[in-house]
Structures are given as structure tokens and as C-alpha cells.
Design a binder for this molecule. Sequence first.
Ligand code: NAD
Length: 340
Amino acid sequence: MKTILVTGGCGFIGSHFIRQFLKKHPDFKVVNLDKLTYAGNPDNLKDVSKNRRYKFIKGDIVDKETVGTIFKKFKPDFVINFAAESHVDRSIHGYADVFVSSNIYGVFNLLEAALRQAQGKIKKFVQVSTDEVYGSLSLNSKVKFTERTQYNPRSPYAASKAAGDLLCHSYFATYGLPVVVTHSSNNYGSFQYPEKLIPFFALRALKNKPLPLYGDGKNVRDWIYVLDNTEAIGKALFKGKPGEVYNIGGDNEVANSGIAKRILQILRKPDSLIKYIPDRPGHDRRYALDGSKVRKELGWKPRYGFDKMLAETIKWYRDNPAWIRSAVKRLKTVNSHIEI
Ligand SMILES: NC(=O)c1ccc[n+]([C@@H]2O[C@H](COP(=O)([O-])OP(=O)(O)OC[C@H]3O[C@@H](n4cnc5c(N)ncnc54)[C@H](O)[C@@H]3O)[C@@H](O)[C@H]2O)c1
């Protein structure tokens, strides 16, 4: 039996990854280390909590001792780091310190433990990162980010993720630690914390509350269904070449106003619910990922269609009020300016 250490597995993408991974790999034990910030919820993995190959440990990747103990005790063969502060707005509005701490120092602790505690045993260390490290593209161009695009992060969130990535690359170059970095575009699906655009708009629309849209609403994101991303990350884990970067995009560019309108259409609500608000500072105009490398080298392509999965995603938020109530309750503990 092999062991994979997954950090941040009680969040949105990590929980989908663990569920999919346990199903696909009966020869693996999964250890999930998660601090349970407001964004993490162990109930996201309620269905696997009794699985004997699954173990949840509440702990902080910023705490060196915790991380060292976990590596010593479980001796993981593989590591995937999902743990991060992930909401850009919070990094802008006064909470950047915890982004720096979890997204940089936390990554450093994991790399150190992988290098020193595991002593050559780690077969692959996957750092899950974001297209936001590349900065912003212009609206009227066809240019996309490739793995060779220079980093140009423009929010404290993106800068903290970029720094974490660079530490990973340095541990490959200096010590030969078999690190792979994935950059995905915007994910959507069930279990996404409702401060994020799609669940936020869906829940507001369900209550006939206005959908606050930044600026002119024309900012474009490349949307990928979460299970497409987790599958690509799994491929990067087993087939990715150490030291390499893989961009995982959905080939699905949609303006934020387009997202708002589609959600309203699915819920049969009027466009008049859209309310334009002042733009967010440093708001990146467009993200788009060139996913040709991951398709060619890892044999992956997205399987899920946007319209169908968006409708299913919205239905999930409508049908899970207890999950929403628990998320909203946790949001109150972190002084959020968001009202869901
Ligand atoms: N959601 C997206 O669209 C997207 C896109 C690209 C990349 N990413 C990256 O994917 C990863 C997962 O994103 P997500 O959307 O699932 O985030 P999320 O906020 O839903 O989940 C993050 C999880 O990490 C845990 N965590 C946070 N700080 C921790 C710490 N110090 N120690 C241990 N656990 C900690 C939280 O409790 C939570 O369970 C992040 O690294 C993010 O940067 C996300």
C-alpha cells in the first residue's frame, strides 16, 4: 500500500481530488492534512470518512513541527499541496498576511519535510497553483499563457502563489526534489466555498438579491469543471516530469457578465438583477491558458461541457441548504465583507 499526503483536502478542489483518487487507486492510502480555515469543511468528504484508506488530520502546514511529525509518521510516497488561502478579494482587503504565511511559508515547510524527513522517498511533489501567477492578458488578443510565460502576479494572492511555485522550482534545481507545478484556470463545481463567483451569484440569484458585478463585467476567465482539473492533476502526479510546469485550462473563456447572465437564465431570473459596482483594484482583465502541453505530454483533455455542468452545479447549490448554512456561519468568523 502506497501513501499520498494531500494538504488542503477539505477545501473545494482537494475534496474532489481525494474522492476521485480513492476510487481510482485502491492501492493507495490518503492522508489529508487540513487546518480547517473558514473555507475548509470535513463534511465535504463525509462520504469517504469511514474508508479505511482515508485519514484526516487537522493541522496547519505553517506549523513546522506538525508537518515534520506527519512526514515521519506516514512516510508519504507522494505529496499534493492544495492548502492555500484562495480568495483574491480577501488578499486585497486586509488579510494578505495569512496568504503570505500559508501560501509561501507553508509550501516551504512541506518542501523541507519532503526533502529532509522523507530522505529520497518522495516520488513526486505536486504544487497546485493558478494561472493568476502570469498576470493579465488583453481582452482583444488571442494570446494565451503558456508554461514559458513570465510570471507577473498582480494581487497579493497571485504573488503569494508565485512565490510558493518558485520555492518548488528551487527545490528541484538545488536538491533534485521531484516537483511538478500545475497552473489551472478558474474551477467550478459543487463544494466550492460560496464567496467564489459562480456559487456566490447562484445563491444571490436564488434569493432574488442583486448580483454585484465588478467594473464593466467584461473581465474574462477560462472556466474548467473541477473534475477535469483533478483528473489532470492526477496525471501530473504519475506522468508529469520532475521540474516541469503544466497549464490546465478549460479552453472555455467567458466574461464575468456572461457568467451572471447564464446563471440568471438557468434560474429563470431577470438580467435586471445584475448590479454594476466599482471595479476591484488591479483587477486582471483576461486569463486564458494554452493547454497543449498537458494534452500532448499527459494525454489529458477536458471531458465536461460548460453549459451542462454549470446547470448541475447551480442545482447542487440550490439543493444543499445545510451545507450553505454551515459555510455562511463560518464566514462570519472571519469578518468578511461578503453577504451571501
Ligand atoms: N478554485 C480555483 O478556481 C483555483 C484555480 C487555480 C488554482 N487553485 C489553487 O488550488 C488550490 C485549492 O483551491 P480551492 O479552491 O480548493 O481552495 P479552498 O479555499 O476551497 O480550500 C483550501 C483548503 O486549504 C485549507 N488550508 C488553508 N490554509 C491552510 C494551512 N495553512 N494549512 C492546512 N490547510 C490549509 C483550507 O482549510 C481549505 O480546506 C489552492 O492552492 C488554489 O490556489 C484554485
